[in-house]
Design a protein around this ligand. Structure first.
Ligand code: FES
Ligand code: FES
Length: 165
């Protein structure tokens, strides 16, 4: 049975009607209108739909919307700071780590989770941390470079999601 639920997305409360089988990816894109989160495989393999729930990465294609009640959801739309790209986003732009761009929102969200947990990751840690995100354009070298660069740009001591450029 469908019910009215409140979702906290990027610090804003949204009232949406969702059924027990409605997936977060579909609710975000079709009911809330936040289409930055992309749907790739739809079965948990590609990481394209990555968002953060309570600061931990989650696959929106495998997450029930009703399970997100009362939890903080962060999507790519919430990464911007005061109208500017987040340093992670800017690093992706500066390094040309975007080809078709379809995987990019999920990559950025995974990078944020990684750098929040480990602000100075080694190359191997970046590769491992980003390994759940697939890029069909295969631009992995530039993506890894962008994450390394972003790590250097983020001031110490504050979560990546709360810092400006
Ligand atoms: S669309 Fe969710 S993991 Fe591929
Ligand atoms: S940039 Fe095209 S899928 Fe990654």
């Amino acid at each position: 049975m469908k019910q009215l639920i409140e979702l906290n997305i990027n610090g804003i409360a949204y009232d949406v009607v969702a059924g027990p089988e409605d997936l977060l990816i579909d609710v975000l894109r079709q009911k809330v209108g936040l289409t930055g989160t992309k749907k790739g495989c739809g079965q948990g393999d590609c990481g394209t739909c990555t968002v953060l729930i309570e600061d931990r990465r989650a696959l929106a294609c495998l997450t029930l919307a009703i399970a997100c009640r009362g939890k903080r959801i962060l999507t790519i739309e919430g990464m911007e700071v005061d109208g500017k790209l987040h340093p992670i986003q800017q690093a992706f732009v500066d390094h040309g780590a975007i080809q078709c761009g379809y995987c990019t929102p999920g990559m950025v969200m995974s990078a944020k989770a990684l750098l929040d947990e480990n602000p100075s990751p080694a190359l191997s840690e970046i590769k491992r941390g980003m390994s759940g995100n697939l890029c069909r354009c295969t631009g992995y070298v530039k993506i890894i470079e962008a994450v390394r660069e972003a790590a250097g740009r983020l001031p110490d001591g504050a979560p990546a999601g709360e810092r400006g450029a």
